[in-house]
Design a protein around this ligand. Structure first.
Ligand code: ZN
Length: 225
C-alpha cells in the first residue's frame, strides 16, 4: 500500500489512522426527517462528502452564494478495520473510535437539487463543510447508542442527539454500506442529525459535546467572500 500519510490528514486522537472517505447518512432520526417535511426513509439515505469538506482548524467558511447554510450535529464513527459484506454481529468490531462533527448543509442548494432529483453533493460537499472533533478509541467509550451529544450555538442549546433513536442503528449502516463499498481504516461515517437544525450566521460560535464533554468541538463561522 502507498504511504497515505503523505497526503491524507491524520485523525486527531487516533494516531496512525488517516482520513480516507467521508460517508454520511441523511434522515436517520425521525424527528429531523419530519422537521424538514421529508418522508421517513425505508432504507438509509447514503451520501459522501469530499475530503475537501473536512476541516480541523475550527472554522466553517461560507461562500456568499449560499443563502441558507445549516448546521447538523452528528455522531461520527471512524472505521479501523477493512471490511466488505460485513455481518451485523461483527459490525462494531470495525469501528476504531468516535467523535462529533457538523454536517454543514447549504439547505437552499439542497432544496433545488432535491426538486431536480440531483445528488446532494453540491449542497453538502463545499470546502470546510465537514468540521470534526478529536476522536476517542471505541474501547474507552460506551457502545454507540449511549453516545449522546449536544450542540450549543452562541451559548444556547440547539440540538440534543440520542443515538439510541437512530432509524438505522450504526451496525446496520455498516452492513449496508459494506455491501456497496469496501470500508477502510480511516473512513469516517457521519451518522445523521437529530432535530433542531438551523441557520448559521457569520461569527456564530458552535460548541458541540459528546457525552457531556468527553469530546468537544468548537467551531466559528466565517463568510468566505
Ligand atoms: Zn447530516
Amino acid at each position: 500500500m502507498s504511504d497515505l500519510s503523505a497526503y491524507l490528514p491524520e485523525i486527531p486522537g487516533l494516531p496512525g489512522l488517516f482520513v480516507r472517505n467521508i460517508y454520511a447518512i441523511g434522515r436517520n432520526y425521525a424527528a429531523h426527517a419530519r422537521e424538514l417535511n421529508n418522508p421517513i426513509p425505508e432504507r438509509p439515505v447514503i451520501f459522501t462528502k469530499p475530503l475537501a469538506s473536512l476541516t480541523l482548524d475550527g472554522f466553517i467558511r461560507i461562500p456568499s452564494f449560499v443563502r441558507e447554510p445549516h448546521f447538523e450535529t452528528e455522531l461520527v464513527a471512524v472505521i479501523g478495520k477493512t471490511g466488505k459484506n460485513i455481518y451485523r454481529e461483527e459490525a462494531l468490531d470495525h469501528v476504531a473510535g468516535y467523535g462529533i462533527g457538523i454536517d454543514v448543509t447549504a439547505r437552499d442548494i439542497q432544496q433545488e437539487l432535491k426538486e431536480s432529483s440531483h445528488p446532494w453533493f453540491l449542497a453538502k460537499g463545499l470546502d470546510t463543510f465537514a468540521p470534526v472533533s478529536s476522536f476517542l478509541p471505541a474501547d474507552v467509550l460506551p457502545e454507540f447508542d449511549k453516545l449522546t451529544f449536544t450542540l450549543d450555538v452562541n451559548g444556547e442549546r440547539r440540538q440534543n442527539g440520542d443515538p439510541s433513536l437512530m432509524l438505522f442503528p450504526l451496525p446496520e449502516l455498516i452492513v449496508r454500506l459494506s455491501r456497496y463499498v469496501t470500508l477502510q481504516p480511516g473512513d469516517l461515517l457521519f451518522t445523521g442529525t437529530p432535530e433542531g437544525v438551523g441557520l448559521l450566521k457569520e461569527n456564530d460560535h458552535l460548541h458541540a459535546e459528546l457525552l457531556s464533554g468527553r469530546i468537544v468541538l468548537d467551531v466559528r463561522v466565517k463568510q468566505s467572500g
